[in-house]
Design a protein around this ligand. Structure first.
Ligand SMILES: Cc1cc2nc3c(=O)[nH]c(=O)nc-3n(C[C@H](O)[C@H](O)[C@H](O)COP(=O)(O)OP(=O)(O)OC[C@H]3O[C@@H](n4cnc5c(N)ncnc54)[C@H](O)[C@@H]3O)c2cc1C
Ligand code: SF4
Ligand code: SF4
Ligand code: SF4
Length: 502
């Protein structure tokens, strides 16, 4: 029988139930179960179950709502764990380096259908006792599509989790089990961006179980599907029983592998089975992880690795130095960089559009956004603008531009004329949408956005934020008031976030 809520507003569960669970935003990460001090919650069978009314045990508890990755709480503090990285990129977040990488062992690459970087790193970490356990997602033997979060203690546990599963995995719940059930004290955590956010929120909350976290590896993520809804659809339309599925894979289409072969399903056809929270999720590249890993299309057998923190850098390069991982420079592969940046930008844009619509329905914003805007009113543009601006000439071809972007790691550039005066700007996303056959002849000047959104050094960060919102852009150019053609700097939304964190 469901436990009836007593409506006490000091008990976070009441808000969690209303805003997240009943509104369909839960992605079943299990963080609320792991963090609950009264063991009142249990994630099972695609639901969060309330086992007892916690208000009988305690009067005040903010935990489950605040650490839920889909609440607005603790976001800026969570971001601070990666904010000392030198590069701030609008699409990919804060980082130290991006490299291409692959497992040296070809058998692992074959099994993962990617670079098997995550599996190699975890195996290496367990074998060298860098950590004592890892939270991975295996699959249920009777339903091979269903992720089974597990506490990996030996290399074999890690090998049996290789490959991506496209349904929710309650990895944060397994993290709690590693601490409380197995007594583990040095844990590697692997998950999609919302899983990593849940762990970072626990860290921001200074929850006691987070002392046992050694390293977080985040996966890139476009979204996860509702397990029962998609499997029912595949069964009904394609006559494939869940127990007959050997493997699922996302390539250009959704592939269902069975003993009888591979069934290809267009992604558009199954988009409606993606979880509601994924539609407002702005994080593609696991922006809060120590190390983020994703595909490296069009290169088979490679993964893209974004190293964000010092801890991530030390661990990753230790594995490289010990011959477990091969690396390659992403600057030599502009197509890979282009693809991940465009994917991240498109995900963010779609999420913000969806969030606006949802805000009207729900009355609040279920998405990571700039909120503490008042603080921005005290900061002058001249204090935060980036001064060494990289510009591109208007006669640069699109192909030249795409190569240039991969080397400079910015995603948008002011375009200047022969006199060096700004005449517009161009983004990687726009350049990338130019057909390949036209890229050698078309010039950036031809696709430039001519409307410059301008601020002056004596204006405030809040003015910049308002202009960005009004013009639906992520950046403004700073001009000299005395000489309106003189470009002095640039301010992006990421700079505003960074300012707030500081
Ligand atoms: C739902 C989902 C969506 C993704 N979307 C994209 C995308 O759009 N673009 C892109 O470039 N990359 C995406 N990825 C990442 C990509 O599929 C690979 O996971 C990543 O490149 C790592 O590859 P690898 O060969 O190094 O990993 P492997 O060595 O194969 O290891 C994969 C690890 O991921 C863990 N894992 C698998 N599924 C899950 C899950 N559902 N939840 C938590 N942990 C899990 C396993 O425990 C395993 O340890 C997605 C991954 C997932 C799970
Ligand atoms: S974390 Fe547990 S005790 Fe706290 S409000 Fe949520 S359900 Fe209740
Ligand atoms: S913490 Fe995780 S499991 Fe709990 S309500 Fe939020 S998304 Fe769902
Ligand atoms: S898209 Fe976002 S909310 Fe959805 S599974 Fe991925 S990280 Fe979580």
């Amino acid at each position: 029988m469901p436990v009836v809520s007593n409506g006490n507003s000091l008990i976070a569960y009441n808000v969690l139930e209303k805003r997240i669970i009943n509104s369909g935003f839960c992605t079943l990460c299990g963080a609320c179960e792991a963090a609950c001090p009264t063991s009142a919650l249990h994630v099972k069978d695609e639901k969060v179950h309330r086992l007892h009314d916690c208000s009988k045990d305690i009067d005040i508890c903010p935990i489950c709502y605040e650490i839920c990755p889909h609440s607005e709480a603790l976001l800026l503090r969570s971001l601070s764990f990666v904010a000392d990285a030198p590069i701030k990129n609008e699409a990919l977040g804060y980082y130290r380096k991006i490299v291409l990488a692959q497992a040296v062992d070809p058998k692992l690459r074959e099994q993962s259908h990617g670079g098997a970087v995550v599996t190699s790193l975890l195996k290496y970490g367990i074998e060298t006792k860098f950590f004592d356990s890892a939270i991975v997602s295996q699959t249920e033997p009777e339903n091979p599509a269903k992720p089974k979060p597990a506490v990996a203690l030996v290399p074999d546990d890690i090998l049996s989790a290789i490959g991506s599963k496209f349904f929710p995995s309650s990895v944060a719940k397994a993290y709690g089990r590693a601490v409380y059930g197995h007594g583990k004290t040095s844990i590697a955590f692997i998950g999609v961006p919302c899983h990593v956010l849940a762990l970072r929120k626990m860290e921001a909350w200074q929850h006691k179980i987070i002392d046992h976290l050694k390293i977080t590896i985040g996966l890139f993520c476009f979204g996860t599907f509702s397990l029962s809804s998609l499997l029912d659809y595949i069964k009904e339309k394609y006559k494939i029983e869940p127990s007959d599925i050997k493997r699922l894979r996302v390539a250009s289409e959704f592939e269902v592998h069975t003993e009888n072969g591979v069934t290809q399903i267009p992604m558009r056809e199954i988009e409606k089975h993606i979880l509601p929270s994924c539609r407002t999720c702005t994080d593609f590249a696991s922006e809060l992880a120590d190390i983020s890993v994703g595909g490296a299309y069009p290169l088979p057998d490679w993964s893209t690795v974004i190293i964000r923190t010092k801890a991530g850098e030390d661990f990753f390069y230790d594995a490289v130095a010990n011959g477990v991982i091969n690396t390659w420079v992403i600057e030599q592969e502009p197509k890979v960089y282009e693809r991940i940046v465009v994917a991240a930008m498109q995900k963010r844009k779609a999420a913000l559009k969806e969030a606006k619509e949802m805000e009207e329905v729900y009355g609040y914003l279920p998405v990571l956004m700039l909120r503490e805007t008042d603080a921005l009113a005290d900061i002058k543009i001249k204090e935060i603008m980036a001064k060494n601006i990289t510009t591109v000439p208007q006669d640069m071809t699109i192909s030249q531009f795409l190569n240039y972007v991969a080397k400079h790691h910015h995603i948008s550039y002011p375009i200047v004329d022969e006199k060096g005066e700004p005449v517009g700007w161009v983004t990687l996303e726009e350049a990338s949408s130019v057909p390949k056959t036209k890229r050698d002849t078309m010039l950036v000047g031809q696709i430039a956005r001519r409307k410059l959104v301008v601020v002056y050094p004596d204006e405030t960060a809040l003015d910049a934020f308002k202009k960005m919102s009004e013009n639906e852009t992520g950046r403004v150019l700073v001009f000299d008031r005395e000489n309106p053609k003189k470009l002095l700097g640039i301010v992006t939304k990421t700079d505003l976030m960074h300012t707030l964190i500081k």
